[in-house]
Design a protein around this ligand. Sequence first.
Ligand SMILES: Nc1ncnc2c1ncn2[C@@H]1O[C@H](COP(=O)(O)OP(=O)(O)OP(=O)(O)O)[C@@H](O)[C@H]1O
Length: 606
Amino acid sequence: MMTILDNHAHQNTPFNGDRQATLLCSNLFMDHVGEVLLTLNSNGLSWKSLESSENDGSNCLGFKLDPKVPNKVKFSDVYAVELISNGMINTSKLPKAGAILLGRESHDSEMCRFTVHSFQKSKTQPNLWVLAAYTFGHKDLSTCEMWVNQINASLNVEVERPKNLLIFVHPMSGKGNGRRTWETVAPIFSRAKIETTVIVTQRAGQAYDVMAANKELNSYDGVVAVGGDGFFNEILNGFLSSRYKAPYPPAPSDFHSVGNNGHPLVHDSNEIVNETSYQYEDQPLLENQQCNGSGISNIHQDPEFPLPNKRFRFGIIPAGSTDAIVICTTGARDPVTSALHIVLGKRVCLDIAQVVRWKATATSKVEPCVRYAASFAGYGFYGDVITESEKYRWMGPKRYDYAGTKVFLRHRSYEAEIAYLDVEAENTKSIPDKGHLLGRVRTLRNSNKCEKVICRRNCNICSSKSVDMCTSATRPTPYSRPEEARWLRSKGSFLSVGAAMISNRNERAPDGLVVDAHLSDGLLHLILIKDCPRAFYLWHLTELARKGGNPLNFEFVEHHKTPAFTFTSFGKQSVWNLDGELFQAHQLSAQVFKGLITLFASGPEV
Ligand SMILES: Nc1ncnc2c1ncn2[C@@H]1O[C@H](COP(=O)(O)OP(=O)(O)OP(=O)(O)O)[C@@H](O)[C@H]1O
């Protein structure tokens, strides 16, 4: 019969091996390890086996202990601690089969227990986080309670963690697994003692309506979408529609007039123009919007729908068909990993593009229609694939392959003109700043010069201080420095026009549609594919899937990094795909707001 050691809890012993002040230290039994000395300091927990390997035969018959079994865990990686009912602790390092083969008695002992919940990075894929639970036992309930209280006190110091979340579940997302996906991860939230208000949607647009009308968002620390990119887009748009009022980017029609200085407002990309070519004050203004004399308009908020608290973040638990935003922000397409990023309160900023569809006629009284996109806005091939794929939603994610092939074989091109803001920069890496593009960006006309710096955790380019929505309320628009504004244009017949806010990594294009697009670089990555023979386009698409980004020496492809662009189509109707949302537009303009929202994620490890 196993004897259980008396409690040897010590408070404030000077230092342990990590040179951190030891706050608590006890002899306990750890499940599948045996007797350990458990130590708590301000960083986390560590444990040291008090049993020699000779005693328990752990090397016999090939049953070796995994040397990589951790012996410590940081509080920043612990999402919950639970006192669990009395039960068995396996006090042997040996797996059960090993004990039986060795003819050993059962090493199970009944005692009071508590479990520390954390995660481990998968050995083969570090972006994939797997749940890890460490269970400790002691004969005295009071000892277990003391440990639980002390660990909880340490976890409470982790202030970035959410306490109260609004969760939207799209039951039909992807392969129809939205609800099951939520059920899989819900215990992680309840263990972490996060209050959740769960809304399972019954129709498209419901999440938008709830987000747009909800005046109580202040009571939440964030909103989580259990679904795909399209569902996240719906939530984002509902949120911003009633809360975020920013000046519009210039309309394409503004460029067909003549500027105050007598020059046309848009220039051919080959023209060299020194003068300021765009006057900010020419823009249409939103209701209640003022210009402050410096040519910089403030962003106004509706007092009825205040922006939520500074801690408010967005989360996504992937259940969709593509899940590009999740892959770009966590590096994995895994609901458990995403749930862990959320409960641990990770944060990463995301650029958001504002896309404005202009009135059909100059005399039309209808306000321009405004949408926001977090990952991608695409016209031509991209819009047509989404339009076509909607007919085959019943196929699940395979619909994109089917629709993609159909649209590819059609090989349609569209007459259009794209004007994009050209801002020169010495160093694109220094662009991130306090919320807008003050830096000067070199438009990469010669895409051979394109630097392929992949976005990853703690990326230099995205590491600028996060800009919360509250401070962004006084943020100028990206092109609000008239002295730096210069517009260039590209006109012709296009197979596709795409603007990426992030790299859009996905399972078909593992490096993304634009390999060097960053999570918070304040840029739209314009990819213009001019009409070209079908074989070239096929090659371009294959290259995307093979190595990501765009073939640099492909003469039909233009890649421009810009904070804003306008678009006019001249012929056949096509639709835009805004993160999965269909958006019909003959004339639109777009601008990016750097780091406008914060996501519960920490960026991928690349
Ligand atoms: N209950 C519902 N029934 C039908 N449609 C819904 C419902 N809830 C949300 N939607 C709509 O379904 C659309 C697609 O959802 P979602 O993005 O989750 O799936 P997906 O298209 O399979 O994935 P992805 O966007 O990653 O390719 C969203 O735009 C959303 O508006």
